[in-house]
Structures are given as structure tokens and as C-alpha cells.
Design a protein around this ligand. Structure first.
Ligand code: 13P
Ligand code: SF4
Length: 402
């Protein structure tokens, strides 16, 4: 089967219109939300949380709004939140303030008795939407036809649908996050004979769906070359690659990217260095390779926070990650000078879908005995996806502090 380019799905549905639960795309959000202008929202959220007590556990990703983070029991990057969700088997309700793929992963990692709730179902992820399961299956068939699937291990970024995580589990691969991508790639190459930088290695990794995280990790951390990396374009026949290119490749990178981190540019880094004497540039590994190469530090959201927290007072930073987090860092560390690595405001629009009205609505509904927006992954998909997630959680030596 070859992907029909004409009928290939659009990267995103217009938010609030239509549903396609087979992908990670935005879907409509039903329900009577409190008005955003209601001055009692903070008090209502407090009262609902107090009424629910230990029955609810609220997780908040670092990119969430301040008004939501205020009510999170724990905050973290996607790796930490996956672990935190798995570590609370006693909480019947997990309210996930993040995006859809994170809530799916939490559902997979928690027991059948627990319910994961995403306060707004339109909180998807445009990067995750860049890989649809039919396209990924199609890619694998073509790797089989080219005779390279047997020496290829899929490594899938957390930012992907449960169906693609299940594909990864079925084919012996692992999930990774931005804080353990290097460990995951080391593990994957070990399964196919090692990285073999002396030219002896032939095994491959199919890295989904963020080409930048895959390239940055393979080249900057594992020592592979840019020439070892090829990009699989799901909208072109055979991914746009010749058989020879596929055979020679060590990293087959899916053509996906983050619409927020993809915006940070080399020009912005150079302008910051010109304008702010002694500035340090810290960026997320979802940024483009050239940007990451120019930065002083690179790391997951958790690592960015830890690095800035540990720096001496008076250090100047420009930060290339989502704006909610950068603004919060600037407030939390007033003794540092912290600026955003982009002249224009740039929030993640889907992370921002979760706001106080949606959180209040989800919590008050639970108080009334109604579960709204439950995220339930099909049990077969969940079992296969869990195999890949468990491989990630068992990776050696990994902590988000690395
Ligand atoms: P981390 O939370 O793993 O740093 O990932 C950032 C991100 O883009 C989540 O969507
Ligand atoms: Fe997806 Fe990028 Fe938003 Fe993260 S920041 S949820 S990767 S679009």
C-alpha cells in the first residue's frame, strides 16, 4: 500500500470542528463551561479540589498557563508526568493538564480502575498529528519491501498517538522523551548491532515523529553524521527516498516537527548574542539542528528549569521553548535576566486550550459525580503501547536530571 498524497490527512483539523480519534488531532469539546470572566473561578477550582481530596490527582505540564499550574499537584516534563501518573494507583481520577498524547500515555500507564481526564479534548499536538498510523504502517511496509525492516528499530517520541506507540511496541521499539532520547537511541542501536562509528554498524532507527529531536540526538550525542540521517516524507512515494539512500541510512527521521520550537531561528540566536552581553542561550531539542548547534545548552523542559535554577545570580539567558514556561522562569528567578528567544509571542496554542474554565468544569463535574472528557485507549492498542512505554521506563540510568 502506498500513501495516497491527495487524500492524506491535513496536519490539523480546525479546532472545535470534527473528530478523528485515530489520530492525535483536535476534537470538539462539549459541555457548559463557566465564563472566563467569572471572578469566582479561582475559588470554585479551590472548592472543587478540596471536595474531591485524594480522589483527584492533577498533573500539569510545564507549558500550561499559570492559572492552571496553580492547581497542579505535580508539574513536570512529559517523562516526569508519565512516571508521576504511574506512581499514583490510589487516585481514581487523574486530571491531565497537558495535551492529548500525554493523557493517553497516562491512561495506558494507570490501572483500569483509574480514569484520566483531559479538560479540553481540543488540546492535541500538531507534531503528533504529523504522523498518522496508516502512514507509519505504510512506511514500515516499504522498509520491508526494501529489505531493511529486519535491521530497523522504531524509536517513537512521546508526542505521538497511542496507535503509533502500539506500532512501536509491536516492532520491538521503545518510546523516548526529550530527556531520555540519547539513552533510548543507545538502547535501540544495541538491538541491531551497535552504533558502530568505525563504519562497522549497519543497524537503523526509524525515529518518529520529530525529525529535529532525532537528528540532534543522533548527531550531537551519538556521533553519527548528518549524512547518516535521511528524512522520510509520508506525503511522497517511498518517503521520497531511493533504495540506496535507505540502505545507507542509520537514522530514518520522520518528517515531523514542533510548530512552536521550529520557529526559533539562527538569526534570533545571533541577535541575542549581539544585543545581550554575555548571554547564554538554552534551547529545547525540538529546535532545528542549526539553532541547537549555536546554543550554549540544550535540554528538556525539566533540564532547562534545573539549569537556570542552578546558575549564579546575574546570568543572562535567552530561552528557546514555550512562552508560558519562559515567562514563569522570569518570574521565579528575578535575580537572573531571562528573555524569550523570539521577537514575537509564541505560545503552544493547543497547550493553551486548557484554561481555568475547562479545569473548573472538569473538577466540578467530578464533584457532581460526572466524568467529562475521559481518555480511554482501546485495550489492545494500550497493551502494545504499554510494552513500548515500559521499555522506556526501564531504560538504564535515565533520570530527567541527566
Ligand atoms: P518535554 O516536556 O519532554 O520537554 O517536551 C516538550 C513538549 O513539547 C511537550 O509537548
Ligand atoms: Fe506539540 Fe510542540 Fe505544542 Fe509540545 S509545544 S504540544 S510538541 S505543538
Amino acid at each position: 500500500m502506498t500513501t495516497d498524497t491527495a487524500s492524506a490527512p491535513l496536519p490539523l483539523l480546525v479546532l472545535g470542528r470534527g473528530t478523528d480519534l485515530h489520530t492525535e488531532r483536535g476534537v470538539e469539546c462539549p459541555g457548559d463551561l463557566p465564563a472566563a470572566s467569572d471572578p469566582g473561578l479561582v475559588e470554585r477550582a479551590r472548592a472543587a479540589k478540596a471536595a474531591l481530596g485524594d480522589r483527584v490527582f492533577v498533573l500539569g505540564h510545564h507549558y500550561q498557563r499559570d492559572e492552571v499550574i496553580e492547581f497542579a499537584d505535580v508539574t513536570g516534563d512529559s517523562f516526569k508526568l508519565a512516571r508521576d501518573a504511574a506512581a499514583r494507583p490510589d487516585a481514581p481520577y487523574i486530571v491531565f493538564c497537558g495535551v492529548h498524547f500525554m493523557a493517553e500515555s497516562a491512561d495506558i500507564l494507570t490501572s483500569d480502575e483509574q480514569t484520566v481526564i483531559l479538560p479540553d479534548l481540543a488540546a492535541g499536538c500538531s507534531m503528533a498529528d504529523m504522523a498518522a498510523i496508516a502512514q507509519v504502517e505504510d512506511c514500515w511496509e516499504q522498509l520491508e519491501a526494501a529489505g531493511v525492516a529486519g535491521e530497523t528499530i522504531p524509536v517513537t517520541y512521546m508526542n505521538s498517538s497511542a496507535a503509533i506507540k502500539a506500532f512501536t511496541g509491536r516492532h520491538g521499539g521503545t518510546i523516548c522523551t526529550s530527556s531520555n532520547a540519547r539513552t533510548a537511541l543507545d538502547w535501540a542501536f544495541e538491538q541491531v548491532g551497535g552504533v558502530g562509528l568505525d563504519g562497522s554498524g549497519t543497524g537503523k532507527v526509524l525515529f518518529l515523529p520529530d525529525q529535529h529531536l532525532g537528528r540532534n540526538t543522533a548527531v550531537r550525542e551519538l556521533g553519527l553524521s548528518l549524512d547518516d540521517c535521511v528524512v522520510w516524507d509520508p506525503h511522497r512515494p517511498n518517503g521520497g527516498l531511493t533504495r540506496d539512500e535507505l540502505e545507507r541510512a542509520r537514522m530514518i527521521l520522520w518528517r515531523g516537527h514542533c510548530s512552536v520550537h521550529g520557529r526559533f531561528s539562527v538569526d534570533a540566536v545571533e541577535a541575542a548574542r549581539r544585543e545581550i552581553p554575555g548571554v547564554k542561550v538554552i534551547v529545547h531539542p525540538e529546535c532545528q539542528y542549526d539553532v541547537v548547534e549555536l546554543a550554549d545548552e540544550v535540554g528538556s523542559t525539566e533540564k532547562i528549569i534545573q539549569t537556570i535554577a542552578a546558575a549564579p545570580a546575574g546570568t543572562s539567558w535567552v530561552v528557546g521553548t514555550e512562552l508560558n514556561l519562559v515567562r514563569r522562569l522570569a518570574q521565579q528567578f528575578p535575580e537572573q535576566r531571562i528573555a524569550f528567544l523570539e521577537k514575537n509571542v509564541c505560545y503552544c496554542s493547543t497547550m493553551n486550550r486548557i484554561d481555568l474554565p475547562h479545569l473548573v468544569w472538569a473538577l466540578e463535574s467530578l464533584v457532581d459525580g460526572r466524568v467529562v472528557n475521559p481518555i480511554r485507549v482501546d485495550p489492545t492498542v494500550a497493551a502494545e503501547a504499554r510494552a513500548a512505554l515500559d521499555r522506556m521506563l526501564a531504560l538504564p540510568g535515565k533520570t530527567h536530571k541527566d
